[in-house]
Design a protein around this ligand. Sequence first.
Ligand SMILES: O=C(O)CCC(=O)C(=O)O
Ligand SMILES: [Fe+2]
Length: 531
Amino acid sequence: ELFTAIAELEGLLHTEHALITTICAKSSYSELFTAIAELEGLLHTEHALITTIEKYIAAQERKILLLKKYVDIYIEQYEKASQDVQAYVEEFITDFDKHKNDFKFPSNEDLNGAAIALARLQDMYELDISSLANGEINGVKCATELTAADCFEIGRQSYNNGDHYYTRLWMMEADERLKREVNQSVARSEILEYLAVSTFQLGTTSLDVSDYILCVYHKILGHVELALHLTNKLLELIPTHEKAIGNKVYYEKIIAKSNSVQRKGDDETVIIIQNKTEHRLAYEALCRGETTPSDKILAKLKCRYLDNGNPFLKIAPFKVEEAYAKPDILIFHDVMADDEIATIKALAQPRFQRAAVQNVHTGDMEFVQYRISKSAWLEDMEHKHVADVVQRVEDMTGLTMETAEELQVVNYGIGGHYDPHHDFARSGQIAGFSKLGTGNRIATVLFYMSDVAQGGATVFPYLDVALWPKKGAAAFWYNLHSSGEGDRMTLHAACPVLTGSKWVSNKWIHELGQHFRRPCDLKRPPPELTA
Ligand SMILES: O=C(O)CCC(=O)C(=O)O
Ligand SMILES: [Fe+2]
């Protein structure tokens, strides 16, 4: 800015000089008059320029003063440290310890949770590790590139989670990246150590990568040989590495023993079969947007305006889209305004708690891997916007809100999800809401308070339905048959968020008080649909 300003000023001076020369050279008054007027305008410009430059200089002087202040602090610290380094460091650590709660650092638990979430995303969305490490998701650049040390850290966390499959993959990526790094971010010996151990472990155990995946490792290539090979490489780097020396002896013993037994084949490939259940595969494909209901089912679905006989809604009816029929899943478009969403988010955020579930044996609240999100409850009275939204649910559904639960606001970060579940409580099950004496959760209204960049669909695995979050829209379905029995077909899930953040709010409507609004039906549901 200074550069531009000075250049302008110079130009201005030239103009001014030329003008004065002209004025002096001319004798006509009218011309002088015109020239003076111009000169006045010029003076204004000049004044504005001078003020700007003065402001700029003042700002620079403040910066210099700030820098000088820091340099003084550093000089003081440097002098203190050079007198007695040890005392200085000790004092620093005690001081830091005292204040560490004032800062927010990611804990080991955070790091661990991040590694689990990453494995979930890799698995669910079939992400390629190298592109991920390049900061790309599905060809879109989303983040900065990972260093070998970053990949190593993810691998280390995977190892701590007992996930040798991903440990191996991340350590291999770390090793690849290390080859290209000028300033090596991690020691190769550390990578090799984890690589060897995870290779060995992967061969000896059939492991659960997640609840649903059973990896079967075929011992075609001796995993022990591979682990030994990696350990030898490690020993080339650090011949005195105690653990490696121990492992080498151990692996050699196993190989010697197995050599005396007839080896089955000499095919040098590692085959890992992911043996997921059919249900799990269908769920994952649905989350990736690969499946839809059949054309026959889709052809019957309609869009319509709905006023439920309400005079106000005659003027501005709800825009309703059918996402599925029997069980009916409806999408209401534009039922939460941007300012309502902003209010609800702002009220919920300070109260957010990580979703926890009660342990049936101990009664303790525990964090669970199948539901990762933060949530808070809002009362109608807290804000007009909350009350308005709840009234809207009554208008949309025709059901009373008297016995409904408070509005639950939920936020999912990257990797946040909720595995397939029913919203109703099964008979005999003690869900938190069962104690209310208002009956079961007859229906759900799920508001979308954000779009989601990638992932994060609400899916119904039995129906092949995927609802993609659209800010301001809401989904509605009955969880119970009109007989009062749970409708098993309403099984649904929140797919992991791949990029972006997902905000929703749930309004769970209860049975009590709905008898005239949704009359009971003694006809039992068809047997295949009974829970
Ligand atoms: O977030 C979603 O898409 C679904 C949430 C849900 O099913 C629940 O909270 O019960
Ligand atoms: Fe749900």
